[in-house]
Design a protein around this ligand. Structure first.
Ligand SMILES: [Zn+2]
Length: 151
């Protein structure tokens, strides 16, 4: 179910609680549906962006092609991660300029070149994946949301 985007800073500042298996069919599915609906302007979402302070994020794996895609284009390739946790990250950092659907303007933020994250997938299986480039940046942005950090 597509949900409304939360722009309430007080809710965005709440640190996310651990997600459970029961969140798969509710919050996690809604987050994927909402990201799908906003894929023209948004490449990732954290659950508190739909008003749910739970540790769930969703990212467009085809982010490079996703933004600016035409309405009615096929579904974006979305990865949903429950309880994502950094296992390793690059010591090499750079300054990125990022925007956020929940905030008005773009801001500069320091990001690692790559991150390795463990998480539970939509089947509640344990997974571990390395992200590089734009995807690494999106994952870090969304994981910041879970900490209540906003760029
Ligand atoms: Zn954001």
């Amino acid at each position: 179910m597509v949900r409304e985007i939360n722009r309430d800073i007080e809710i965005l500042k709440i640190k996310a609680k651990t997600a459970t298996k029961n969140d798969i069919t509710g919050i996690a599915q809604d987050l994927a549906d909402t990201l799908q609906a906003y894929r023209m302007t948004c490449v990732g979402m954290a659950a508190n962006m739909i008003g749910e302070p739970k540790a769930v994020i969703a990212v467009c794996l085809d982010a490079e092609n996703s933004v600016g895609s035409l309405p009615g284009a096929g579904p974006a390739d979305i990865l949903v991660m429950l309880n994502p946790k950094y296992e390793k990250q690059s010591g090499k950092t750079y300054i990125a300029e990022e925007g956020c659907l929940s905030l008005p303007d773009k801001r500069e933020v320091k990001r690692s070149e790559w991150v390795e994250v463990s998480y539970r997938d939509m089947k509640w299986q344990k997974k571990r994946q390395k992200f590089t480039g734009l995807l690494a940046e999106i994952v870090q942005h969304e994981m910041d949301h879970l900490e209540g950090k906003i760029i």
